[in-house]
Design a protein around this ligand. Structure first.
Ligand code: SF4
Length: 245
């Protein structure tokens, strides 16, 4: 009989969360989002997917311009599907920004996949699926990776996902919550295991964590002296003295 290989340890077994993890969350919430804003939420989750695809490797302003251009040109997604990838690319290019060919291809791919699988350009069915199945259905769409799926789950479907971007990854590593060598997807999975499955807590941590990386725990010159995590952070002195820069 073939011997079963031992189960792989989970990420939180490999790297146990510190006792102060929820203190980190509380301090960031208090500092950056003491009152949680309502999430940006599209009535149709498909719009959320397209909006997040546009935001990838784009500034906020360009993504917004491209989104407005799509809306003005295609009042219904069916019109975008009919226009095809070339038409979508022309619409995006007129609005400015880069990677228009790739983004047009992804958007067209998502629309075509939904048409083929469901005969309907909608992701409303995700609302009836458990979290893991909704994630799997999202990640099966062209151009939709772990982070894009997490953003749509958190914002549009109000599910307890924990999207991690470069800002959150940076301070998580400086706090030594996770090993330096882990990639961003692994860091996200670690947070997903380590945090309570509470939508409000994760939504607040995502918003405040991005702000913390942008405003305080910056890539080049972190403002450690004014950081609410200073006394919890083993990297403060090191970063301040320039050893890690
Ligand atoms: S103390 Fe400095 S390095 Fe540590 S989290 Fe705060 S800003 Fe980042």
């Amino acid at each position: 009989m073939a011997r079963r290989s031992p189960a792989k340890p989970s990420l939180t077994q490999q790297c146990p969360p510190p006792d102060f993890l929820l203190d980190v969350v509380a301090r960031l919430l208090q500092r950056y989002v003491p009152v949680l804003p309502a999430p940006r939420r599209f009535p149709e989750p498909l719009s959320g997917v397209v909006r997040v695809l546009l935001a990838q490797q784009n500034t906020r302003w360009v993504a917004q311009r491209q989104w407005e251009a799509l809306q003005a040109t295609y009042p219904q997604w069916e019109a975008a599907l009919l226009d095809g990838p070339d038409g979508l690319e022309t619409t995006l290019r007129r609005a400015g920004g880069g990677l228009t060919r790739m983004k047009a291809g992804y958007i067209y791919g998502v629309l075509a996949a939904l048409e083929e699988a469901h005969g309907r350009l909608s992701l409303e069915f995700l609302r009836d699926l458990p979290d893991a199945e909704a994630r799997a259905a999202l990640e099966a769409l062209p151009g939709v990776g772990q982070k894009t799926a997490s953003l749509v789950l958190l914002f549009d479907l109000i599910r307890p996902a924990m999207p991690v971007d470069g800002h959150i990854e940076r301070w998580a590593k400086r706090l030594e919550l996770v090993p330096e060598k882990w990639n961003v997807n692994r860091v996200e999975k670690w947070f997903d295991e380590a945090l309570p499955r509470d939508w409000e807590l994760r939504y607040g941590l995502h918003l405040s964590g991005v702000n913390h990386g942008r405003e305080t725990c910056k890539s080049q010159r972190p403002l450690c002296a004014e950081c609410v995590l200073l006394e919890l952070c083993p990297s403060a002195g090191i970063v301040l003295s320039g050893d890690r820069e």
